[in-house]
Design a protein. Structure first.
Length: 231
């Protein structure tokens, strides 16, 4: 009997924030990856067709009154009810938090650059879904409260809730664990106007100069998180 083909749906919202390293992960595992511009299509896939859902980032807010965001939220909620794996990245993490009933709001700062996060649970121990420490790419100005029943996976110095897991089936990461050198170049080119010299922002030159080494260090934790989520 032939093994069932694993199919992953990835929702994107702008041309400069794609799946990044998620593409190479899927290819290495021989999974099918369908990338969909959620803001440009009239209908999203039926939940029955989804084995794993990935929701990527974008400059909009989950609090914006947009019909496609409402459709996306409904799809995320349907996947959660059926206990299908869901990964939310940046905007996707905020959407996941909102669907779970948490507040999403401006953080009062823009966190842009290669900033460290720590993975410490309320019990004072690292949760093995993510490393105890890593330095991913950040590019966000909003944050969220921890959803009820969720376990915090990561925090940074200025932002308490950087990542969470709930029910072992859904993970939200505010930062870009999936970053590759090419995806960093794309987001810098597409959103460089966000950089305005704030305390928790790095210069464009720093973002680009460090991209190869920083992204290389993210490959193993990114693959490990995705493998854990779909297992």
């Amino acid at each position: 009997m032939l093994a069932k083909r694993v199919r992953i749906h990835c929702l994107t919202h702008v041309p400069f924030e794609g799946p990044g390293r998620i593409s190479s992960w899927a290819a290495s595992r021989k999974y099918e990856l369908e990338v969909i511009r959620a803001d440009l299509c009239d209908a999203l896939p039926e939940v029955s067709a989804i084995q794993m859902l990935v929701v990527m980032g974008g400059p909009m807010s989950v609090n914006d009154d947009l019909s496609w965001l409402r459709r996306e939220a409904a799809l995320v909620e349907a996947c959660l009810k059926l206990e299908k794996p869901v990964l939310g990245v940046c905007l996707g993490a905020q959407l996941l938090a909102k669907v779970l009933g948490a507040r999403v709001y401006p953080s009062g700062l823009k966190e842009i650059g290669w900033w460290p996060v720590t993975n410490i649970s309320p019990a004072g121990e690292s949760v093995p879904i993510l490393p105890a420490k890593l330095t991913p790419l950040h590019w966000h100005g909003e944050t969220f409260d921890l959803p009820s029943g969720a376990l915090r996976l990561a925090r940074s110095e200025p932002i308490a809730n950087q990542a969470f897991v709930i029910n072992g089936k859904a993970v939200g990461v505010q930062f870009h664990l999936e970053a590759t050198p090419a995806s960093v170049e794309a987001i810098v080119a597409g959103a460089r106007e966000d950089i305005d010299g704030g305390k928790w922002q790095q210069a464009e030159a720093t973002l680009l100069e460090e991209r190869v080494a920083r992204c290389s260090a993210l490959e193993m934790p990114c693959y490990a998180l995705l493998d854990w989520l779909i297992a």
